[in-house]
Design a protein around this ligand. Structure first.
Ligand code: BES
Ligand code: MN
Ligand code: ZN
Length: 500
């Protein structure tokens, strides 16, 4: 793992040396503590520099003074927060990310107090520290030379002291934020890792490392999967040199008899399309076709690391979709774990084949309160929603509503798309119970209809994360190709509705 930083919560003191961050509103007012520390001469210097740089204190902009005269800092970074009256609605995680982006030194003090006497909650400090950690992430494991003059420098701060009014009160929030950051980091690392390194076996091994957090881990190998009847999943992986795997991760943070919540992930470690092979352009991105499984592993890590009072199950299907003499063909008919037969029209519609068996298995074995699956399932969802929202499909309005809310709070937003019998007809097969593609129209929806045939009557939601999980948009809190999308959303869902 890379780009890890140390974030300490300390009491407010006069910072000395290193880099110092203070916050200013849109009138260039700073907190009383910051004003006292800067002194009248320091404040005047800030005002003059702000005039020259046209810094107006707008949210997440910054003014930097290098080696400022008479100020005990190598660099003074003034970060804007916008109008002081809006501080109550600040997205603290985003502000944390933006702030980290402005720090250049190895060590920094952040005066986490604000103009107008605004006192942020312990949760705000926690969210801010989450933003710092998320922005610091780098995947540089394979860089043997460090660049000095990158647009975004390769080296990020390593130690941050966050000066807050009551560090003791924010201890829990800091710990939870650290757990979330670790989960997102783990998911990003998995998504970024190339497929020659991260094959199904290696992925299963890495998921197994959660055992050190008291997560119960079971790995089911290909031979056993075949015996158990995972015909749809095993069919996808049969052209690969690597054995297909299913990993089951269980975090038991609530009582033994408490019904679990379940998360299911598509883990296609590389998707060539199989015999229905994809064009060469952009195929390298298909190393990220396991972002759903990565998010599930990251989420279970987070829940275990923060000792969430919930029973949670993570089920991931790990396969590689390759063309080969043994690979499955278009026209093949496979028997899924549910007993339903599937006509494989296109071997590139493989994710739904993997999920069909995982969903059936999960509902049958765990009888969960709900199942949420995450999958980089369709290119069409990128056409529909771009990189701003994941596609949400659900058979349960309450679950859909809760996910939508959790999305707004966490910043990982979702947009609901319809399920309807008319769409379901499009995947009826002439020779089997169902076929794995429904044609050009509404193809994200027909993919979801396919999944729905394997969920029985369990409350269920499908998140199509093709546009959000990989080749991700650059944001204040993410500069990585693999975003780790879903960990924050689902941690929020669990926290707000399924704990205690
Ligand atoms: N993994 C792809 C979907 C995908 C595309 C994810 C682009 C991320 C970026 C999936 O397995 C796939 O190939 N889907 C096909 C389905 C089609 C053959 C019905 C698609 O979306 O074109
Ligand atoms: Mn595919
Ligand atoms: Zn795929």
């Amino acid at each position: 793992m890379t780009g890890r930083i140390k974030v300490e919560f300390v009491s407010v003191a006069r910072p000395e040396g290193g880099e110092v961050v203070v916050f200013a509103d849109d009138t260039l007012s700073v907190s009383a503590t910051a004003a006292a520390w800067l002194g009248e001469a320091g404040l005047e210097q800030v005002r003059r520099a702000a005039a020259v740089e046209k810094f107006k204190g707008a949210a997440r902009t910054a003014l930097v003074l290098a080696a400022p005269a008479g100020i005990a800092a190598e660099r003074l970074v003034v970060v804007g927060v916008g109008p002081a009256k809006d501080l109550g609605t600040t997205d603290w995680t985003r502000l944390g990310g933006a702030t980290l982006g402005k720090i250049a030194g190895a060590q920094a003090h952040i005066l986490f107090d604000f103009p107008g006497g605004f006192a942020p909650s312990p949760e705000a400090a926690g969210d801010f520290s989450l933003g710092l950690r998320l922005r610091a992430y780098r995947f540089d494991r394979y860089k043997t030379k460090k660049k000095q003059d990158d647009e975004e420098r390769d080296d990020v701060p390593s130690e941050i002291a966050l000066q807050i009014a009551d560090p003791a009160a924010a201890k829990a929030a800091r710990k939870a934020a650290k757990a979330v950051a670790e989960g997102v980091t783990l998911a990003r690392d998995l998504v970024n890792e190339p497929a020659n390194v991260l094959d199904p076996e290696e992925f299963a091994r890495r998921a197994g490392e959660l055992a050190k957090l008291d997560v119960a881990v079971e790995v089911i190998g290909e031979k056993q999967l075949r015996e158990l009847g995972f015909g749809a999943l095993v069919g996808v992986g049969q052209g690969s040199r690597s054995d297909s795997q299913v990993a089951v991760l269980r975090w038991n943070g609530a009582g033994e008899d408490v019904q679990p919540v379940a998360f299911v992930g598509k883990g296609v470690t590389f998707d060539t399309g199989g015999i229905s092979i994809k064009p060469a352009a952009g195929m390298e991105d298909m190393k990220g076709d396991m972002a759903g499984a990565a998010a599930v592993v990251g989420l279970i890590h987070t829940l275990a690391a923060r000792k969430a009072k919930v029973n949670a199950v993570g089920v991931i299907g790990l396969v590689e979709n390759m063309p080969d003499g043994k690979a499955q063909r278009p026209g093949d008919i496979v028997t899924s774990l549910s007993g339903q037969t599937i006509e494989v029209i296109n071997t590139d519609a493989e994710g739904r084949l993997v999920l069909a068996d995982l969903l059936w298995y999960t509902q049958g074995r765990f009888r969960p309160r709900f199942m949420v699956n995450l999958a980089t399932l369709t290119g069409a969802v990128i056409v529909a929603l771009g990189q701003e929202n994941a596609g949400l499909f659900s058979n349960n309005d309450e679950l859909a509503q809760r996910l939508t809310e959790a999305g707004k709070i966490s910043g990982e937003t979702v947009w609901r798309l319809p399920l309807q019998p008319e769409y379901d007809k499009l995947i009826d097969s002439k020779v089997a119970d169902v076929k794995n593609t429904g044609g050009r129209f509404a193809s994200s929806i027909t993919a979801a209809q396919f999944l729905q045939r394997f969920v029985n009557d369990t409350p269920w939601a499908h998140l199509d994360i093709a546009g959000t999980g990989m080749a991700a948009k650059q944001t204040d809190t993410n500069r990585s190709w693999g975003s780790g999308w879903g960990v924050r959303l689902l941690d929020r869902l669990v926290r707000d509705h399924y704990e205690g």
